[in-house]
Design a protein around this ligand. Structure first.
Ligand SMILES: O=P(O)(O)OC[C@H]1O[C@H](OP(=O)(O)OP(=O)(O)O)[C@H](O)[C@@H]1O
Length: 198
């Protein structure tokens, strides 16, 4: 079975479980346009320009996961050799958490965990920091995640951190599908920029 067939199956399974197209897009780290295409497979419809990133070969092996987190940390230090030492690494739930944990442990600093609004329930879902893994006003914060698709999640976290009086100094991600250099002046450092050339 091809990767595309697997994606179609996953999208159909999620839909049969009652997930909305937006939730399926988040779950598979794809755009809404791509999810619609996967679910409908409209005849003659142009294939959407999107890519699916499967990094389970790395996330599923703790040693490779740790080495990826260390690469992300090295990337940060190469780009900001004289930069402020972060007091907290904030991982975005869920996939950013193990990466941020490993980075925080390696530097002996605190761990923060952010739950994005899209994972919250209720009529007006809002994003929030974990009570046990929060941030304090004035702290220098590095935000960590696995993938940028639209960049909305990182924007949300940056807004939250600023609103709560802390200072976001960088965003570290494994894969960037947008090629973003910065968000509101906060630099974005990725290990891999993913783009199509057709
Ligand atoms: O750039 P954006 O369009 O905002 O999308 C990127 C976000 O989507 C994925 O999270 P998801 O909600 O799928 O959770 P996960 O971490 O459990 O995969 C990914 O881990 C990022 O947090």
């Amino acid at each position: 079975m091809s990767t595309l067939d697997e994606l179609i199956q996953k999208a159909r399974l999620l839909r049969s479980e009652g997930h909305s197209p937006g939730q399926i897009a988040d779950e598979l780290s794809l755009s809404m346009e791509t999810v619609t295409w996967l679910l409908t497979q409209e005849k003659g419809a142009a294939t959407p320009k999107d890519v699916h990133i499967d990094w389970t070969a790395v996330s599923g092996e703790s040693q490779l996961l740790e080495e990826s987190a260390m690469m992300l940390q090295s990337r940060l230090h190469i780009k900001q050799p004289d930069g402020p030492v972060p007091q907290v690494y904030v991982g975005i739930a869920i996939s950013g958490i193990p990466l941020a944990t490993l980075m925080a442990v390696s530097e002996g600093v605190r761990l923060g965990i952010y739950h994005p609004a899209k994972q919250a329930i209720g009529d007006e879902p809002v994003g929030s920091m974990s009570g046990n893994f929060g941030i304090r006003p004035g702290e220098q914060v590095v935000i960590v995640d696995d993938v940028i698709t639209s960049g909305k999640t990182l924007q949300e976290v940056i807004n939250y951190i600023k609103r709560h009086g802390a200072v976001p100094v960088a965003c570290c991600v494994l894969f960037d599908k947008r090629g973003i250099r910065d968000i509101d002046g906060v630099p974005v450092y990725s290990l891999f920029k993913v783009s199509r050339i057709d």
